[in-house]
Design a binder for this molecule. Structure first.
Ligand code: HEC
Length: 101
């Protein structure tokens, strides 16, 4: 019985921290929406690729690439400024959210 209570308690805690991560990603995406659109549907600054519809894996790879300089086009400096302060966890959470737009 004790075990059952503990198990359901930790399941609840997990659910709470997962939704906190979602809220955090949404708050972080607020900074991105100005260029990419609230649903990732805009061409950033009129030229960048549309990010809506991309897979989580692609977005993670690209964001980490902007951070370490291994990815990007003519305007990659713009994105370096955006991702420089994001942690790997932030990038995962953002990519997960964007892939579901
Ligand atoms: C000031 C405008 C601006 C903001 C703010 C911005 N971006 Fe971008 N983003 C761009 C531009 C421009 C590009 C294309 C850069 C290049 O030439 O590689 C881009 C590219 C990207 C790409 C790669 C698209 C591809 O397929 O190559 C992703 C993913 C992305 N941005 C996500 C984000 C996220 C997540 C945020 C918020 C943390 C963000 N952007 C904030 C302008 C912006």
């Amino acid at each position: 019985m004790k075990k059952l209570v503990l198990a359901s308690l930790s399941a609840t805690l997990l659910a709470v921290s997962a939704s906190a991560a979602m809220a955090d990603a949404a708050a972080k995406y607020a900074a991105c929406g100005g260029c990419h659109g609230q649903k990732g549907e805009m061409k950033a600054l009129g030229t960048g690729p549309v990010i809506a519809g991309q897979s989580k894996e692609d977005i993670v790879k690209k964001l980490k690439g902007y951070k370490d300089g291994s990815y990007g086009g003519a305007q990659k400096a713009v994105m370096l400024g955006q991702v420089a302060s994001l942690s790997d966890e932030d990038i995962e959470a953002l990519a997960d959210m964007i892939s579901k737009f």
